[in-house]
Ligand binder design. Structure first.
Ligand code: ZN
Length: 743
């Protein structure tokens, strides 16, 4: 019969005891100095080395060279007291669990007075000391109080509090602890090597987790896995099945679904857990453990390297992404919900029901009014601002210097109608200014100006403004690009939506060094080629023109183009135009998993689209239609405008090889009627204040599509912040005194 691992690898000296240095070190020092006490109390959780240490202590005391911290291992006493050795007459082990009665301790007491037969000390090891009865302890009390010189007591217990106080106070108490995962891991790796066992690296964390910090439990677990391993060794699959832990992939799926607020996938996963015969409590525990890891990860990004989280590196990576998606507050709240729920699950007759209710509660932050839910929503808002404020592409950083300026980029939805006329009127003055100084003055206009005058400056170019930017640079390509981009506008369903996109191509033109952007821009118009001719002449003329003059020349083009469009159906016709390719086996969870990659592809083409889509939630996938939701109706429409939708579809095609139609709705309550009235106070409520053309009582000014391109009072345009990010930013600056970080 094979010897169990935990017995085979039982430590024989204090140096071999792992993870208990805080105990073994002082003991070794005391032994080296010859300071031997007559009673010791070793306490701590099971399987962490108490009994082994007690035996080592006996061995160290009785070695011919002893008392010594390092028993020689060669003398008769050392051999007799070695692990699996025959034992010594002078070292008596009493298992109090079975022999804790008063008779046993009386017997022990009587034997204690005899001198040791062959060694220096008589050592009594009383295991499970908390099981000794009170009478039993009382019988021992006298001898522990005034022991003969040759006698040493070692009590080992998991519950030191149950050891009679009068006994305990006469002992030296050494508290053993659970062993750290990193220490256990080192031990397991060494042991697997010694055993010549093949174990997949991903198995070790499972074993360690199952062992709960106890060396004995961990080794027993590994022993069992090794015993059942085939020629290929211990695989992750077999370990998951045997240990009954939840597969990491399933946890990934659930966490992704939770982050996306997709109840369908969450409940489907729960169903699979139950169908597979797993214990719902176990699943909840594992999910809680995962959420714990995510909370740690959001607080300590390099938690893996620091050993706070024990997981394979690839899983660490995916967990970092999950932590980002979920956010610390969300993860914490969900963990709290789960933790409370686990207590409820304990006695329930239907753990599945409780588990499903827990999932429902985790999915519904908006219904809770606690701090956690509030934080979660705040976190979501902050994340959006972060996305807008900080650039994920390090290469672009130097070019896009004015970070603060960049933020308003997303703002165009709002001031659109007014912005154009304003720019138009300001042209002459601007041109003069440009020639004079050519540097930013004040206000938003000032930022646009430099963009045109200084091509390299990535400031914030705006649509009409940027038109001359191309000529400024003397780049041949830009005009074509712009003309096509402009031509695209008329066929856009919503005239006001093209705005943000337009800023994009313009920017690409104004920042020629950023080569990454230019090609995609070229590609994009090509896809939308239909009516480029219409504006080409107009756009073409400024192409070769000089900076200041061409500015004015170009103006008519946008005006003509922008006045052309009329309001049409809002339901993103462009997005639907191509026939859907039924996605074969790709499910919504796959989309969600690959969403970051899709966004990365989109980002290569155009950053605003990517920023916009960061707010999107992948809700469903049916018959080749990918359904998204956005926080507001206005944002949803923006997603659907051809430029954005096409990019998204292209991204999906690149990453997943699918050609889906995109559908996008607003989620949550859309604050439509309030939009206009709230506008002045928009800063107070960024989401509700999002631009919505619906309100009937708003006056012409609110009908964005109609007045789009028409001159409107400049003040209203520049004054009404309508983009959530911009409003959130304003809120932060005005209410909290926040200031954008200077690059
Ligand atoms: Zn020895």
């Amino acid at each position: 019969m094979a010897l169990a691992l935990y017995r085979k690898y039982r430590p024989a000296t204090f140096a071999e005891v792992v993870g208990q240095e805080h105990v073994t070190q002082p003991l070794r020092t005391a032994l080296a100095a010859g300071r031997v006490n007559h009673a010791y109390l070793f306490s701590g959780p099971r399987g962490c080395g108490k009994t082994s240490s007690a035996r080592i202590l006996a061995r160290s005391l009785n070695c011919v060279h002893g008392p010594t911290p390092d028993p020689c291992g060669e003398c008769p006493s050392c051999i007799a007291l070695a692990p699996e050795g025959p034992g010594s007459l002078d070292v008596v082990e009493l298992d109090a669990a079975s022999h804790g009665g008063v008779d046993d301790t009386r017997d022990l007491r009587d034997r204690a007075f005899y001198m040791p037969a062959e060694s220096r000390y008589r050592v009594f090891i009383i295991d499970e000391a908390h099981m000794v009865t009170t009478q039993g302890f009382n019988a021992l009390l006298k001898i522990v109080e005034e022991p003969p010189e040759h006698l040493v007591f070692i009590f080992a217990t998991t519950e030191p509090d149950k050891v009679l106080t009068t006994i305990r106070s006469r002992t030296h108490h050494y508290p053993f602890r659970l062993i750290a995962p990193s220490v256990l891991r080192t031990m397991l790796e060494r042991l697997c090597e010694q055993e010549g066992a093949v174990v997949e690296p991903a198995v070790l964390p499972l074993v360690i987790r199952a062992g709960g910090g106890s060396a004995r439990d961990t080794l027993s677990m590994l022993d069992q896995l090794l015993a059942g391993a085939g020629p290929e060794g211990v695989t992750y699959r077999s370990a998951v099945a045997l240990l009954g832990v939840t597969d990491a992939a399933l946890l990934d799926e659930v966490v992704d679904a939770l982050a996306a607020g997709d109840g369908g996938s969450v409940f489907a996963a729960v169903d699979r857990v139950i169908e597979a015969g797993h214990d719902p409590r176990r699943f909840a525990t594992d999910l809680l453990q995962r959420l714990r890891d995510l909370v740690i990860l959001s607080a300590v990004p390099d938690a893996g390297a620091k050993g706070l989280i024990d997981a394979p590196s690839d899983q660490l990576e995916s967990m970092s992404a999950q932590a980002d998606r979920l956010g610390a507050a969300t993860a914490t709240r969900m963990a709290e919900v789960l933790h409370t729920g686990l207590v409820d699950m304990r006695g329930t007759t239907s753990p599945r029901l409780v588990l499903e209710l827990l999932c429902a509660r985790m999915l519904l932050p908006a219904t809770a009014d606690g701090d956690g839910a509030l934080l979660q929503r705040l976190e979501r808002m902050e994340r959006r601002m972060e996305i807008a404020a900080d650039e994920p592409e390090p290469t672009a950083r130097p070019v896009r210097q004015p970070t603060a300026v960049e933020i308003p980029l997303a703002e165009p939805a709002g001031p659109e109608p007014a912005a154009e006329p304003e720019q138009r009127t300001g042209t002459a003055e601007r041109a003069a200014e440009r020639t004079a100084a050519g540097r930013p003055a004040q206000g938003p206009n000032a930022q646009q100006r430099p963009a045109a005058s200084r091509p390299a400056a990535p400031a914030r170019p705006q649509r009409p403004e940027a038109t001359p930017a191309g000529p400024d640079l003397g780049l041949p390509a830009p005009p074509t690009l712009r003309s096509t981009a402009r031509a695209a506008r008329p066929d856009a369903s919503r005239p006001e939506q093209p705005r943000p996109d337009q800023a994009r191509p313009d920017q690409a033109r104004t920042t020629p060094p950023d080569s990454r952007r230019t090609p995609p821009d070229q590609a994009r118009p090509a896809a939308r080629a239909p009516e480029p001719d219409r504006n080409r002449p107009a756009a073409g003329s400024p192409a070769g023109g000089q900076p200041p003059g061409s500015d004015r020349v170009a103006r008519p083009a946008p005006a003509a183009a922008s006045s052309a469009p009329t309001r049409s159906a809002e339901s993103a016709p462009a997005a639907h135009e191509s026939s859907p390719t039924p996605a074969s086996e790709i499910e919504v969870v796959d989309v969600r998993r690959n969403w970051p990659e899709v966004l990365a592809k989109v980002q290569q083409r155009r950053r605003t689209t990517q920023i916009l889509l960061e707010s999107a939630t992948v809700v469903a996938l049916e018959n080749g239609v990918l359904r998204l939701t956005m926080p507001s109706a206005a944002l949803a429409r923006r997603v659907l405008e051809p430029a954005n939708a096409d990019l998204l579809r292209a991204g999906l095609k690149q990453v997943l090889g699918v050609d889906w139609r995109i559908q996008c709705d607003a989620d949550g309550p859309a604050a439509r009627p309030a939009a206009a009235e709230r506008r002045p106070a928009a800063a107070a409520d960024p989401w509700d204040g999002a631009p919505l053309p619906e309100p009937p009582a708003d006056g012409p000014d609110e009908e964005i599509p109609d007045d789009y391109g028409d001159p409107a009072p400049p003040t209203s345009g520049s004054q009404a912040p309508r983009d959530p990010e911009a409003m959130a930013l304003e809120l932060l600056t005005t209410q909290l005194g926040a200031r954008p970080l200077e690059p």
